[in-house]
Ligand binder design. Structure first.
Ligand code: SF4
Ligand code: MG
Length: 327
C-alpha cells in the first residue's frame, strides 16, 4: 500500500488569555491509500485540531503549528505556498463535518451547491454540472435525486443532509477524506447507514479516510487501524481487531467498556472516572494518571514513551504488559 499521508511529530499550540495550550503534542500517524484510520478520543484530546492542521484550516491565530511535518504524497503541506495548499485542499483532500446544516449554504439548493463544485473547480457548464450533481446524489442514495436537487438543505433530514455532505466531499475525487464525527448528531440507526455508505464509497474509490470519533462503537466495522488520543498525544495505536480483542492501554480499555449499546441513546463516556485534563495544565508524567485504575507512583513522574508492544502496535503505558494480561 502506498503512503498517502504521513504526520510526523506534529505540535499545535493555542494562545489563550490564560496561557499556551498544547493541543497537539507530538502526534505521528500514517494513512495509506485505501485505508481507514479511526482517531479516537474525548473532546479536547486533539483529534480535531490535528485534522484541522492537516486540512490547513486551523484558526490562526490563536492556533499555530509549532513543529513537525505533514507529508501528503511525500510533500510537506506545512512548507507549501498558500495557493498550492488551497489547490491540494480543494482537489485532493476533503473534510466532512459533524454539523451538515451549518456546513451547507442555507440559501442555495443542494443541487446548485453540488453543481458549483464542478463549475468552479472543473470549469463545467451549469447544465453538465447539474447533471453531475444529480449523479452524485444518486450515488449517495438520495431518493428521487433529480427532484430533490431543487430543495434547500433544511428540507432534508439529518441523515440525508449528511449524505449530501459526503457527496460534496467526494465530488472532485479526493485521495483523502477526513470525517470529523460525521454521524454523532444522528440517530443510532441512521448513524449506521451513513457510516456504511461512507465505508462503501471509501472502498470503491480507494480513498484514504480519517474517521474522527469519540465512539469506539461506530468504527469497529469500518476502520483498519485505530489511534487513540489523550491530552494531545497518541496513547495507543493498533490494527482494529487487536484493539478490540486486547487493548494495551488502560484508557482504551475504559473506552471499550463505555461503548454505548443500541438500546441506549446516550453517547457520552460513563465508564472512565473523572474528566480529561485542561490543556493548560496537563498532569505530569502520564497525563492519564489521575484517572487511571492501574496508576502507580512512577506514572505521576515519568512520561511513558510510545512502547512498541507488537507488530504495528504502540502503547504509551508503562504497564502495557499488565494491561494486555501478560504480566
Ligand atoms: Fe495508567 Fe500509569 Fe499506564 Fe498511565 S502509565 S496509563 S497512569 S498505568
Ligand atoms: Mg471535535
Amino acid at each position: 500500500m502506498s503512503t498517502l499521508l504521513d504526520v510526523r511529530d506534529l505540535h499545535v499550540e493555542f494562545r489563550t488569555r490564560d496561557g499556551v495550550a498544547k493541543a497537539v503534542n507530538g502526534v505521528s500517524y500514517t494513512v495509506h491509500a485505501g485505508e481507514t484510520l479511526a482517531v479516537l478520543g474525548e473532546s479536547g484530546s486533539g483529534k480535531s485540531v490535528t485534522a484541522q492542521a492537516i486540512m490547513g484550516i486551523l484558526d490562526s491565530p490563536p492556533g499555530r503549528v509549532t513543529g513537525g511535518e505533514i507529508l501528503f504524497r511525500g510533500t510537506d503541506l506545512l512548507t507549501m505556498g498558500r495557493p498550492e495548499r488551497r489547490r491540494v485542499r480543494g482537489d485532493r483532500m476533503a473534510m466532512i463535518f459533524q454539523d451538515a446544516l451549518s456546513a451547507l449554504n442555507p440559501v442555495l439548493t443542494v443541487g446548485r451547491q453540488l453543481a458549483e463544485m464542478f463549475t468552479v473547480h472543473r470549469g463545467m457548464s451549469r447544465k453538465d454540472a447539474l447533471g453531475k450533481a444529480v449523479e452524485l446524489m444518486e450515488r449517495v442514495r438520495i431518493p428521487a435525486a433529480r427532484q430533490r436537487a431543487g430543495d434547500y438543505p433544511h428540507q432534508f433530514s439529518g441523515g440525508m443532509r449528511q449524505r449530501i455532505m459526503i457527496a460534496m466531499a467526494m465530488a472532485l475525487g479526493p485521495e483523502l477524506i477526513i470525517a470529523d464525527e460525521p454521524t454523532t448528531a444522528l440517530d443510532v440507526t441512521v448513524q449506521a447507514q451513513v457510516m456504511e455508505l461512507l465505508a462503501e464509497l471509501q472502498r470503491e474509490l480507494r480513498m484514504g479516510l480519517i474517521l474522527i470519533t469519540h465512539d469506539l462503537g461506530v468504527v469497529a466495522d469500518v476502520a483498519d487501524t485505530i489511534a487513540v488520543m489523550y491530552a494531545g498525544r497518541i496513547v495507543e495505536h493498533a490494527p482494529v481487531h487487536e484493539i478490540y480483542r486486547r487493548p494495551a492501554h488502560p484508557y482504551t480499555k475504559g473506552l471499550l467498556e463505555s461503548i454505548p449499546r443500541l438500546d441506549r441513546k446516550g453517547r457520552e463516556l460513563y465508564a472512565i472516572k473523572g474528566l480529561p485534563p485542561s490543556l493548560l495544565a496537563v498532569p505530569s508524567g502520564c497525563a492519564f494518571h489521575p484517572r487511571c485504575p492501574l496508576a502507580r507512583p512512577v506514572c505521576a513522574t515519568d512520561e511513558p514513551p510510545l512502547y512498541q508492544v507488537g507488530p504495528g502496535r504502540g502503547s504509551a503505558c508503562h504497564f502495557w504488559k499488565e494491561c494486555l494480561g501478560e504480566r
